[in-house]
Design a protein around this ligand. Sequence first.
Ligand SMILES: C[S@@+](CC[C@H](N)C(=O)[O-])C[C@H]1O[C@@H](n2cnc3c(N)ncnc32)[C@H](O)[C@@H]1O
Length: 252
Amino acid sequence: MNMPTDTRALYDKTADNWARQQPSSLSDYTARPQVMALCEPLAGKLVLDLGCGEGYCSRMLRQRGAQVVGVDVSERMIELARQAERAHPLGIRYEAADAVTADLGEASVDLVVAVFLFNYLDVEQMRKTMANVHRMLWPGGSFVFAVPHPAFAFMREAAPPFYFDVGSAGYFSARNKLFGGRIWKRDGSALDVQLVHKTLEDYFEGLRAAGFTAMPTVTELTVTRQMVEMDEKFFGPLLDLPLHLAIKVTRA
Ligand SMILES: C[S@@+](CC[C@H](N)C(=O)[O-])C[C@H]1O[C@@H](n2cnc3c(N)ncnc32)[C@H](O)[C@@H]1O
């Protein structure tokens, strides 16, 4: 079993396995393109990518016309993001900081993006971060985030290409507990990931408490028939399972 560990240590240690310029892991197909679609229109927008890792989504946002700042708690991830920026300059700025505690300014950006950040934070940390995000957005600005679908871990055995090992825990008793998991790349290698489980109520109550009052757009993401046609061995085992949630909410 892959045991959970300190987030920053996990990502400093495994950062090099995440570095990529092309889609490689399962969620590069099943989540990130769908998140980008939710972020549009991006041309000319000021965007903050929270938990940017080695910059994969920051680069996608920039290539769609946004001005991007990426923030991540892992210094090694930020080092790799800056290396990619030096190799192929896009004008993205990267900073090492903790999304929960950093002072990231007020009413200064059009869009905040957080792709698989909240599964590393407990409920209280997520609520603080959502409140920070609300403060950072201009009125009319949006927050787009992706998280593991809250039901997924309880519907899935510990097998490729994606799982979280919740053992015998149930949906409610697992709340706010940390579990290890793995997500595979199409080359057959695996990445260690973590889940602090949250219920659906946690996400929507967190947004409400942060000050978001508009109805969010919620997309439940899974593998598509086209993905299975492209690579049945890889995507086939997850057909019909809810994998991730992508949520967009706009600040009034
Ligand atoms: C699964 S990776 C996703 C990276 C990137 N968003 C992507 O989609 O490729 C999660 C990232 O969240 C970062 N992270 C976790 N906790 C954080 C925190 N409190 N503040 C900032 N970044 C954090 C990790 O260091 C890691 O790079």
